[in-house]
Structures are given as structure tokens and as C-alpha cells.
Design a binder for this molecule. Structure first.
Ligand SMILES: O=C(O)CCC(=O)C(=O)O
Ligand SMILES: [Fe+2]
Length: 318
């Protein structure tokens, strides 16, 4: 029997004969599984062919050399937005260094600008790997969101809504330090929920992600080498009128191998009012949980008040 510590693994691999043509029976079955995973766990593990071993290798080789660059070079990457740019040794993330890169909706030019800033002589293979990861996860994100519409049995018109929820994407790359002072393990990223719509986490086979189950237990997420973790954020939770969980998660580092991750956050269109489908609201079982709100105002609230626990409930809860 499946227990709450079994994070569902959903297999999208064409190489294993999985075909997910929009509207087909298999598409509908998978959509239901995604819905159930977001309801019970707020996350799932996705296996797919799109992110090949070669691509992962190029990406993680590039990431290692990125974080090996001199501190003065890394510090050149400044972005005047919350949680973006190069962040290192901050009180929020004392055990990791991270780059938060903003991508404009329709181009990958900011990834190119980022690579050129870090390597003025260029680093085309890294730029290609980073762009390819971003593009592929962004496509997977739209696919997952369309399946959410199907899984929740909503009219097709909501496909426009989810496109807006997936309008913009932020790429984050992080290197976690090894536990210090002889400790066996260390919390390297504190417990939080992601503030956007969806997060796609791709790691270099060094495990460390933990999610909090419905009953409040920490569960280690064991990711297969070709797996990506898909986590619902606060926006998807609000849009689904609280039917989905935004899985609280943290990172615990153990052992002697460094963890590198690539994360793509899908975030709503600027100025989008987050107001879920009326079909998901009924007075008896599912009363309206959140007032309509603007995503950017939520992020601003969260960042300026440094509220993490229950930020969504405090900001928009009814
Ligand atoms: O390293 C990970 O697995 C998680 C990263 C994460 O949760 C984040 O960047 O928001
Ligand atoms: Fe996160």
C-alpha cells in the first residue's frame, strides 16, 4: 500500500512507450495522477526523456565551473529584484550560494547575458545547456498545468489561465556546501514553500531534498537519476482554492559530495490577478479560501515582511 512517504513517480518517458497525446485516455489517466499527487503530497517526481544524461552532464560540469569562479566575478551578477542575482553567505542561506536569473518571457537572452558576464570570453556549451534546461522544463511546466486543468475536470477555457500562470520563468542554480565542523548533516536550505506556480528541481544525484507530509513528517525525496521533482507553489495552491498543497520543503546536506541543483520556477504574468476557477468553489465543501490578489504584491509582501510560514494564508486567506 502506498504510504505518505512514497512520493509518486510519474513516468512520461516516450522511450518506455508512454504516449501522452492531449485528450487521449493515457493523457487523462496521467492528469488524474498529477491531480492526486498535488492533493496528497504537493509534489511528484517526473521521469522524462527530454532531459537527457548528456544534457545533465553538460549542465552540472558547467555549474561546477560557474561556482569555482572568483567571488568578485560572481558578485558582478546583481539583479535589483527580491531573491535574484548572486546570493552567498546570506543569513537566509548560510550554507549555499545561488544565482537567481530572471528570464524574459519569450527569449533566452538573459541567460546569454548572464553567461557572458561570468565568462567574458564566452562559455557556449554551458549557455546552451542552461538555455536548453530552461526551455525544456518550461515546456514540461505548461504540459503539467494543462494536465491539472484536465485532472480537475475543468473546462478547456482554463488552459488560457494556466498559460498565464506559466507566463514567466526564473532559473535558479545553487551549490550547497558540505556539512561543516565534522557534523554528519546540516540544514542547508530552511523550510519554505515556493512562492510561484510550479518548481522543477533537477539535482546532480546528490540527494538532500525533504518535503513535509500532510501529517507533518519530514520525508526524504529519493530522486532517480533521470528524475525531476515537480513542486506546487503557493500560487497553484491559491488558484486551486486550496485543493492542492504547496509542499513545504527544505534541503539537508549529508556526506562528502557537493549538491548542485538547477531549478526552474514558473511564475504568473506580471499583474495577473490570482483568482481560481469558480468550479472549484462551493459553499458546502469548498468555500472560497483566498481573496483575489496580484502575484507581485504577494511576493513583495512576503519579501518585505520576511514572512515565510503561512505567508499565503496571512496575505490572502479568508
Ligand atoms: O535544492 C533543492 O532541492 C531545493 C531548492 C529549493 O527548494 C529552492 O531553490 O526553492
Ligand atoms: Fe524551494
Amino acid at each position: 500500500m502506498a504510504s505518505e512517504s512514497d512520493i509518486p513517480i510519474l513516468d512520461f518517458r516516450k522511450s518506455k512507450g508512454v504516449t501522452l497525446e492531449e485528450g487521449s485516455e493515457r493523457w487523462k489517466e496521467m492528469s488524474l495522477k498529477i491531480k492526486e499527487a498535488f492533493e496528497s503530497h504537493g509534489c511528484f517526481i517526473l521521469r522524462c526523456d527530454e532531459i537527457s544524461n548528456e544534457l545533465r552532464e553538460e549542465l552540472f560540469t558547467g555549474l561546477k565551473s560557474l561556482f569555482d569562479l572568483p567571488e568578485e566575478t560572481k558578485k558582478k551578477f546583481v539583479v535589483p529584484k527580491p531573491y535574484r542575482g548572486y546570493i552567498s553567505k546570506s543569513h537566509l542561506i548560510p550554507h549555499s550560494e545561488t544565482f537567481g536569473i530572471d528570464n524574459s518571457p519569450k527569449s533566452n537572452s538573459s541567460l546569454q547575458d548572464f553567461t557572458n558576464l561570468m565568462w567574458p570570453q564566452g562559455n557556449p556549451s554551458f549557455c546552451k545547456a542552461l538555455s536548453s534546461m530552461t526551455l525544456k522544463t518550461r515546456e514540461l511546466s505548461l504540459l503539467v498545468l494543462k494536465m491539472v486543468v484536465e485532472g480537475l475536470n475543468l473546462p478547456q477555457q482554463y488552459n488560457f489561465d494556466v498559460e498565464e500562470l506559466n507566463n514567466y520563468n526564473d532559473t535558479r542554480v545553487t551549490k550547497y556546501q558540505l556539512p561543516k565542523d565534522g557534523k554528519d548533516s546540516e540544514v542547508a536550505l530552511a523550510l519554505h514553500t515556493d512562492k510561484g506556480t510550479l518548481g522543477f528541481i533537477c539535482e546532480n544525484e546528490v540527494q538532500g531534498l525533504q518535503v513535509v507530509s500532510k501529517t507533518g513528517n519530514y520525508v526524504d525525496v529519493k530522486v532517480p537519476s533521470d528524475g525531476i521533482v515537480v513542486i506546487a507553489g503557493d500560487i497553484l495552491k491559491a488558484w486551486s482554492n486550496g485543493r492542492f498543497r504547496a509542499a513545504p520543503h527544505r534541503v539537508v546536506i549529508r556526506g562528502d559530495e557537493e549538491r548542485f541543483v538547477f531549478v526552474l520556477f514558473a511564475v504568473p504574468k506580471e499583474g495577473m490577478v490570482i483568482k481560481g476557477p469558480s468550479e472549484l468553489v462551493d459553499d458546502e465543501n469548498h468555500p472560497l479560501r483566498y481573496r483575489p490578489f496580484i502575484y507581485d504584491e504577494f511576493v513583495h509582501y512576503q519579501h518585505s515582511t520576511r514572512t515565510d510560514e503561512s505567508a499565503l494564508e496571512k496575505f490572502a486567506g479568508l
